[in-house]
Design a protein around this ligand. Structure first.
Ligand code: COA
Length: 339
């Protein structure tokens, strides 16, 4: 017998306020068609400010606890992924712990940007299989709208991102080792990577310790506290690394693209996901995308997509799921899960 990490449930929460591409054209020099053609995004959700990230995180976490009928007493470990915490420090993990009224359990923040879910599932699997947790809550949440630059100068990034959250409840399950891996629910494998050579290709530079005095007037005036991105570099690397992650995890588990029921990739750009799908030889109906409605919600894209895929009947118990992500850092990865 050995321990296995089963995804008991997933839920999501997005703010009510819809911001369409047409809305953005009133703020900057862009067009509805440009945004749609280059990214696939039709609208995104923004919070009414100020709404801290922990608020979205708590909403999605409450939903998954309710959905899985899990008592707050049962949760014994919390993982929280975000690039947009309420404060510079501490992270949102302890805030979620107290907001939900959980016991004084371990709470760990994960900072790998858009790869938050794949790293989070991998870490959850390690904590569960090593016996450190039996019931783990993984929350991915972002409030990005306050830091975006809605002038024409920031149009390459401002049109891409949205606010949102998703949460997964993971449980330890004892399984008989003689059973075929694919016949049992749970996380089968994770593949993770990073390359810090890409750190400045997509980043928010300040406030930070690389600047004298944490943030200077010049940093502020030059908007170095807004996201900086070389979109083409990110695009190119995202396609290469997501393909690498998928190929590696399939090969080392002796699987082919046909074995996968559903791929839920990070939602950064529909063209990135389409390029990855074509290169790997997956059929269109094997890939779930919802970037059209939410834009790029960074760590929350995959949990929101998993939750919607399940609601729409596209992801069912026993299905073999492949997640794929690429994000700032650079960081990337994949999980293979029997849902
Ligand atoms: N509206 C209109 N024009 C815009 C624009 C906008 N919102 N944003 C940029 N442009 C302009 C550029 O200024 C450029 O103009 P120029 O040719 O006069 O210099 C032109 O559009 C083309 O820019 P380019 O960078 O070649 O476009 P692209 O096809 O690469 O698409 C991105 C740009 C940002 C959509 C694309 O590079 C991308 O999605 N990259 C990945 C980003 C990402 O995923 N980030 C998160 C990672 S997890």
């Amino acid at each position: 017998m050995s321990l296995r990490t089963v995804v008991e449930g997933v839920s999501h929460y997005v703010p009510e306020r819809r911001v369409t591409n047409a809305d953005l054209t009133t703020m900057m020099d862009t067009s509805e068609q440009w945004i749609l053609d280059r990214t696939g995004i039709e609208e995104r959700r923004f919070v009414d400010q100020p709404t801290p990230t922990s608020h979205l995180a708590l909403e999605s976490a409450r939903r998954v606890l309710e959905k899985t009928k899990t008592s707050t007493e049962d949760v014994d470990f919390l993982l929280a992924a975000t690039l947009s915490p309420d404060f510079y420090f501490p992270g949102i993990g302890p805030m979620i712990q107290s907001g939900l009224g959980l016991k004084t359990i371990p709470a760990l923040d994960i900072r790998v940007q858009c790869s938050g879910l794949v790293y989070g599932l991998s870490a959850a699997d390690a904590f569960i299989r090593s016996g450190q947790s039996k019931c783990l809550l993984l929350v991915c949440a972002e409030v990005q709208s306050p830091v975006l630059d809605f002038s024409t100068r920031g149009r390459d990034t401002a049109v891409l991102f949205g606010d949102g959250a998703g949460a997964l409840l993971l449980r330890a399950e004892e399984t008989d080792d003689s059973t075929d891996l694919l016949a049992r629910r749970g996380i089968i494998d994770s593949y993770l990577g990073s390359d810090g050579q890409g750190a400045e290709v997509l980043c928010v530079r300040t406030p930070g310790t690389s600047t004298t005095g944490f943030i200077t007037q010049e940093d502020f005036d030059e908007r170095r506290w807004r996201p900086h991105m070389d979109g083409r570099q990110v695009f190119k690397n995202a396609v290469i690394r997501m393909c690498e992650a998928a190929t590696e995890i399939l090969q080392r588990n002796s699987l082919t693209p046909d074995d996968i029921a559903l791929i839920v990739p990070h939602q950064a750009n529909l063209r990135i996901n389409e390029a990855v799908r074509e290169r790997l030889g997956f059929r269109e109906e094997q890939v779930f995308n919802n970037i059209q409605k939410y834009g790029n919600t960074t760590s929350a894209t995959i949990p929101i997509a998993l939750s919607e895929a399940e609601e729409e009947g596209r992801l069912k118990r026993g299905d073999l799921l492949l997640t794929l992500a690429f994000g700032a850092g650079f960081t990337w990865g994949a999980n293979l899960v029997v849902w």
